[in-house]
Each structure stands twice: as structure tokens, then as C-alpha cells.
Ligand binder design. Structure first.
Ligand code: SF4
Length: 211
């Protein structure tokens, strides 16, 4: 039996016995998680010399988690051959390499870089837990994920241009969703009962799995 099957069984047993304490689970998976992200280099940002980019390293190889992150992060790009996953996170372009190297751009300063890298670490750890509890995603699922254009996103939005998402129009919001700068949860109108079907359709297109 593989480790993720064991973890799955334990989770199942805990649910059956209604035990809320997941300390046993933490003990089992604790040493599989990323514990440390070290900033190895701080360089000027190419697009804006006032900002910095960073080159970091985590204490674990990441080949197994890249496909999971690819499926979870809207419009991420993933190259299995080179072992690199790239996506926009807030305003930053993040690239995660299978070797555990991570680069991030457009940071204000080291403090912001450390904060963003902590958030990326949490994301990676959620992906590790996903692999352990669900197993690796199938090749078919990975191949079925397609880029979602701004136009496709717009077709799913309410179209009221109400501005509650912080953008002047639904199309402006759709563009930011398609580049990964905004998440569809930032449109409160999509959560209204009459729009929920479109919300779930769009969520599945952008993010076929949940971690
Ligand atoms: S909150 Fe939703 S409905 Fe309103 S403008 Fe933004 S995307 Fe359009």
C-alpha cells in the first residue's frame, strides 16, 4: 500500500470516529512537507529597477507537486520536460522548478519577498498533502486542462459592470482573472443564487482540482 493510501485510510478512520485531532496525520506527513524557503539571491527587477526579484530554494525536490499546482492554479503554465511551472500570484510572476528552486518578480523589498515565499510554501505544502491523500493526478486530467481566455471568463460573469470587484467593468475583471491577477471569488455577484451555476462552471475550467 502506498503512503498516500495509508494517509487516506487514516483520514477515513478519523472521520468515521469523528476525531477532530489530526495530530497523528501531521506526524505522518510532517517530514514530507517543505519546512524552509531560503532566499539565495536578490536582484533588480528587469521590468522595474525600483523593485527586486528573488531566487530561492526549498528543502525538498518538487517533481510530484508541479502537476497538482498546475491543475489548481488558474492559467498556470507547466512544462513537464523542463520541470517548470509559472504563474501570476498577485502582481508577481512565480516560477517553481522541480529541483526546488523558486523565482519571484516585482517585489517591493525583502520583507515582501519573504511574505510571498511563505504563501508559496503553504501552497506547495497543500499540494504535497493532496498527492499523499489522493495520489498523483492522471495524465488525462493534466492534458485536459486548457488556458481560459478573458472572453471565456467574461461569458460566465454577470455583466452588470457594478464595480464591486474593484474593476470598472466585468471585462476588465475577466482580463485580470485570465492572467491570474484576480480570482473569481472577488466577484460577489457570481455567488448570487441565479449565477451559481456559471460560477461553478468557471471554477471547474480554471481550477479542475481543489487543494
Ligand atoms: S463584481 Fe462581478 S459583476 Fe460586478 S463588475 Fe466585477 S465582475 Fe462584473
Amino acid at each position: 500500500m502506498l503512503i498516500y493510501q495509508y494517509v487516506g485510510k487514516i483520514e477515513e478512520m478519523m472521520l468515521m470516529h469523528r476525531k477532530s485531532d489530526k495530530s497523528l496525520l501531521s506526524l505522518l506527513i510532517g517530514n514530507k512537507l517543505v519546512r524552509n524557503v531560503k532566499i539565495n539571491e536578490i536582484l533588480p527587477c528587469i521590468s522595474d529597477k525600483e523593485r527586486i526579484r528573488v531566487v530561492c530554494q526549498v528543502d525538498r525536490e518538487l517533481t510530484d507537486v508541479l502537476p497538482v499546482l498546475y491543475l489548481y492554479i488558474p492559467n498556470a503554465t507547466y512544462n513537464e520536460r523542463t520541470g517548470a511551472l509559472t504563474f501570476m500570484y498577485k502582481q508577481h510572476m512565480i516560477t517553481i522548478f522541480k529541483s526546488g528552486k523558486i523565482t519571484g518578480t516585482y517585489m517591493r523589498d525583502r520583507k515582501e519577498a519573504e511574505q510571498i515565499m511563505m504563501e508559496v510554501k503553504d501552497l506547495i505544502n497543500r499540494a504535497i498533502v493532496y498527492v499523499m491523500t489522493h495520489g498523483p493526478p492522471s495524465k488525462d486530467l493534466i492534458a485536459s486542462k486548457k488556458p481560459v481566455s478573458a472572453l471565456t471568463v467574461q461569458k460566465h460573469l454577470p455583466g452588470t459592470n457594478c464595480g464591486k470587484c474593484g474593476e470598472k467593468t466585468c471585462y476588465a475583471f475577466a482580463v485580470k482573472v485570465s492572467t491570474g491577477e484576480k480570482d473569481i471569488d472577488e466577484c460577489p455577484e457570481l455567488k448570487l443564487p441565479e449565477n451559481l451555476e456559471k460560477y461553478h462552471e468557471l471554477r471547474k475550467l480554471l481550477r479542475p482540482i481543489v487543494i
